[in-house]
Ligand binder design. Structure first.
Ligand SMILES: [Zn+2]
Length: 244
């Protein structure tokens, strides 16, 4: 895949190498992490960053780009590609801007061949690892939908008295919570089940809103690294997401 100057719909799958996450955890303060994340979020609209890299100083990073973060204290080396119409941002290395280590580390990763094989970390998991809030990425926690519960479980829940349409909007885990909670008081209480399931999805918004969002079309973009469709709402901002 050749490097890309634009991302379709300003969206992309975003992955981090283990090296880049470890560096963030070890070297960057909480406040600076926010700035680093903001900088990465800025790449959705401006994927060229500061400039494309070339082969110099004994490194060959043709096809990669660089951007500076946190008052130019840090440098991020990354690659932007588009596969079958879906963008991919790979964060390769993050380091001090002033020394060349960030380049040589990126070069070593590229030469090792690990970049293509290595299991890279999705941005959602990376944010959890660095304790960064996901709302920064324009993500509201509830705009994605997991696969539906198995049909047998759905039928059992409907037979027990749950609304069929509601049950089909829940993941397996959520439906199990709904069933357990509905029977908690001894007699079947579907409202208690619904409340428990909705609380499990999110406490930050109203149940109606959550369920309405789940009825909307999914993004469905096949994520280049993950090889799975995005489960966020169609037209979402920023990063594609493949699982909870
Ligand atoms: Zn998506």
């Amino acid at each position: 895949m050749p490097p890309a100057d634009e991302l379709p719909d300003d969206q992309a799958e975003v992955v981090f190498t283990e090296q880049s996450i470890d560096w963030l955890i070890d070297n960057v303060t909480e406040h600076q992490r926010e700035d680093v994340v903001d900088t990465i979020v800025g790449l959705f609209r401006a994927p060229r960053g500061k400039h494309p890299l070339s082969n110099q100083n004994a490194t060959n990073l043709v096809g990669f780009n660089t951007v500076e973060a946190a008052q130019r204290e840090f440098r991020i080396i990354y690659r932007v590609t588009v596969k079958n119409g879906v963008g991919l941002i790979e964060i390769i290395t993050i380091g001090q801007r002033r020394d060349g280590e960030v380049y040589s580390a990126a070069d070593a990763l590229v030469r090792s061949g690990k970049l293509s094989d290595e299991e890279q970390t999705q941005i959602w998991d990376a944010l959890t690892l660095i304790d960064e809030t996901k709302s920064r990425l324009g993500l509201e926690e509830w705009d994605y939908v997991e696969p539906p519960a198995p049909e047998g479980l759905v039928k059992a829940a409907v037979a027990a008295g749950f609304d069929d349409e509601f049950v089909r909007l829940l993941s397996k885990d959520e439906l199990v919570v709904a069933m357990e909670s509905a029977w908690e008081g001894g007699a079947f209480d579907p409202a208690a089940g619904v409340a428990a399931a909705v609380q499990r999805i999110s406490t930050s918004t109203t149940p109606d809103r959550i369920l309405a969002l789940r009825r909307e079309d999914r993004c469905g973009a096949i994520m280049p690294k993950l090889g799975k469709p995005c489960i966020r709402v169609k037209g979402h901002a920023g990063a594609h997401r493949g699982s909870r």
